[in-house]
Design a protein around this ligand. Structure first.
Ligand code: ATP
Ligand SMILES: O=c1ccn([C@@H]2O[C@H](COP(=O)(O)O)[C@@H](O)[C@H]2O)c(=O)[nH]1
Length: 241
């Protein structure tokens, strides 16, 4: 059976963790990590999967953290959204260096830097073989890029939302803090909400639940994880009805 015939998903929305882009640093983008992520994305695209990407901004700025340091929360969230623009431009550059055509569409107008988000154009670009990167989150403060990923995933009618992060799935508690936490292979949206599992924010879970969008959480630093998930293999944790 060819790789194409094995594909379980034809269009995906991939949420890339901003924090994962830092690699072992405490701020910014590790070029090695960026290039590895770009190659994995290209490999999946070459199988014929249409790809939309939302990149987080936690490697640069988060409004909540800036507000704790005394800044106005809305100004901090604006900085966070602009951080996702910088990460998206870096990802576009990495993809284009390996000859993967890419478009960056922003929720806030940034004339001369990237295009404005338009759902119909985004779908046409993906159908034409481009990877479309959605930046600036939802365009509104007090939200996160996880919520933006669910929103864009629903809008572009993705078959699956893939949350690529630094942990290999959803656990009973944050595995970075509680090594004894137990990993789930599958969860329902209600279970994730009731247990307030911090891997994604609750607004994102609610949106995915209300529109019946499956989410798979996987570890982007594991070789081939993305490919296995796209083929419908049991990678990470699946959250569904
Ligand atoms: N129950 C849980 N299961 C798994 N991970 C959890 C859980 N609770 C908290 N986490 C933490 O959530 C993090 C999720 O990741 P991620 O870094 O993608 O978040 P994010 O806030 O969306 O990041 P970014 O803003 O950088 O994109 C994991 O690194 C993990 O430490
Ligand atoms: O819709 C959105 C999305 C994001 N923000 C701000 O950006 C940062 C970075 O996003 P992460 O999801 O944390 O990676 C976020 O902390 C918010 O401050 C936003 O305001 N609106």
């Amino acid at each position: 059976m060819s790789d194409k015939a094995e594909l379980a998903h034809k269009r995906i929305l991939l949420k890339l963790s901003g924090e994962a882009l830092m690699g072992n640093e405490s701020f910014g983008i590790d070029p090695v990590v960026l290039e590895r992520m770009a190659s994995e994305v290209k490999a999946v695209r070459q199988l014929g999967v249409q790809i939309g990407i939302v990149v987080g901004g936690g490697n640069l700025f988060r409004g909540e953290r800036l507000a704790k340091a005394g800044m106005n929360r809305v100004a901090g969230d604006h900085m966070g959204m602009l951080a996702t623009v910088m990460n998206s431009l870096a990802m576009q550059d990495a993809l284009e260096r390996i000859k993967q055509p890419t478009r960056v569409m922003s929720a806030i107008s940034l004339t001369g830097v990237c295009e404005d988000y338009d759902r119909r154009f985004a779908i046409r670009f993906m159908e034409a073989g481009n990877v479309v990167i959605f930046c600036a989150g939802t365009g509104n403060p007090f939200f996160t890029t996880d919520t933006a990923a669910c929103l864009r995933g629903i809008e572009i009618e993705a078959d699956l939302i893939l949350k690529a992060t630094k942990v290999d799935g959803v656990y009973s508690a944050d595995p970075m803090k509680y090594p004894e936490a137990v990993k789930y292979n599958r969860l329902t949206y209600s279970e994730a909400l009731e247990r307030e599992l911090g891997v994604m924010d609750l607004t994102a879970f609610c949106l995915a639940r209300d529109h019946d969008k499956k989410i798979r959480v996987l570890n982007m630093t594991r070789d081939g994880a993305l490919l296995r998930a796209v083929k419908g293999e049991d990678e990470g944790t699946l959250i569904e009805k």
